[in-house]
Write a protein that binds this ligand. Sequence first.
Ligand code: AVJ
Length: 316
Amino acid sequence: MNRQLATDAVRDIFRLDVLSGLSKKNKSLPCKYLYDERGSQLFDRICETDEYYPTRTELQIMEENADSIANQIGERVMLVEYGSGSSIKTVKLLESLRDPAAYVPVDISEEHLLRTAENLRSAFPDIAVLPVVADFTQPFELPKTGCDFSHIALYFPGSTIGNFTPAAAGELLEFMSSMLGDHGGLLIGIDLQKSPAVIEAAYNDALGVTSEFSLNLLKRINSELDGNFDLDQFKHKAVYQSNEHRIKVSIVSGRAQTVMIAGQEFDFEEGEEILTEYSHKYTIDGFADFAAQYGFSLHKHWTDPRQYFGLLHLVL
Ligand code: AVJ
């Protein structure tokens, strides 16, 4: 497939997903579409806000346990990262691993991915950096490579698993286990349950970066799908749902209004919400039990002194 056809196909799927999500009684949009070029940049800025603790906490855990993590993962690994974004934490991991053979970042945001891959190539000339542009929620192929590696380690940091409903997270774990075969393991970051006030603040930063990140999805629909969302008439909202142990992020219509997208009309009532993201919070034991249903067992885990975040090494 040439590049233009590939781009058109991606655009078609985006349009179909948006039109079907907004046609439902409870409107929703898939959170993976938050990460266009601008969205990926905004996410990096979210990680810099005072309130958003997950990224810096996970990084701190990696820094303080680098040797122990590297020992668990083993030598000559092919590290496959799901949803690599800017690979901030990966640099730390690649530095600590023993003689890593290859790094395969997988991400939906092509430009961002290729730029990051280029930077890592110059920083780590001895590691084969093999980026894959893919939606990792769908099965994808690992790159064919001449480099010899002894096993695969899947790296799924950032608590991205939290965006999945338990059913979808289960499917992903199943797919991961099929990719791993008998060897290798999964190093996964999960955001832990804690005071709802701390969690809610992380998704409602005072500078409004998270709000801009959410509303950027409407901007993207306007420019890529010929939409006419009036961005001043929609608001970001994030609340913690204690029973489900999750943050629910939505975009709320400020008034009754009609929006045109790709030639179709969508009516909004005042206060009507578009669900854009869930971010589920787990306990270490809760997640280990969950993953056990898909054949994984918890080998070792690391956390921070406040127990805000967990990094788990699971093997089949
Ligand atoms: C990248 C999915 C982990 O759920 O915390 C951050 C995304 N959304 N602020 C999260 C996000 C709003 C983030 N993940």
